[in-house]
Design a protein around this ligand. Structure first.
Ligand code: ZN
Length: 144
């Protein structure tokens, strides 16, 4: 899974067609100790997405319900190909990546913020990359 010290990849399995998974601990694990800079979290798929929000069970369920309701499940041209246009559209609306500030090896997120993988066409196993960009003058985060 390890590409270089500056980029880590991990896999995560999802259990249903639409679901929200907390990936904060996997992202944190990819951050070098004492590093200050940015972490770009990127999902390498066209029917899954990444966002930052509160990881609360009822809210996760509400988001799954909202996501299901906001896009029609049928009637799309891409469905002639593989029947999952709605999944692609949901993923496009959310986006494939988030950039998260890192302070001294810790995710500089707010109290209620978690990094969330949004599965739009599960169940599947998804690959997520975390690319680390140290601030230019940060002596503690040499990637050599
Ligand atoms: Zn498709």
């Amino acid at each position: 899974m390890q590409r270089s010290r500056a980029q880590t990849r991990f896999k995560i399995s999802t259990k249903s067609r639409l679901s929200v998974r907390d990936i904060t601990s996997q992202v944190h694990a990819a951050v070098p100790e004492n590093m200050t800079g940015m972490a770009t979290v990127f999902v390498e798929h066209t029917t899954a997405a990444v966002t930052v929000n509160e990881c609360e069970k009822r809210l996760q369920s509400d988001f799954e319900t909202a996501l299901d309701g906001v896009i029609n499940n049928t009637g799309w041209q891409h469905d002639e190909l593989d029947g999952n246009a709605d999944s692609h559209i949901r993923a496009m609306l959310i986006g494939a990546s988030e950039t998260i500030p890192i302070d001294s090896g810790e995710l500089a997120t707010g109290t209620w913020q978690s990094v969330l993988l949004i599965e739009c066409d599960g169940p599947r196993t998804r690959t997520v990359s975390v690319t680390i960009t140290p601030v230019a003058n940060d002596q503690s985060s040499s990637m050599t």
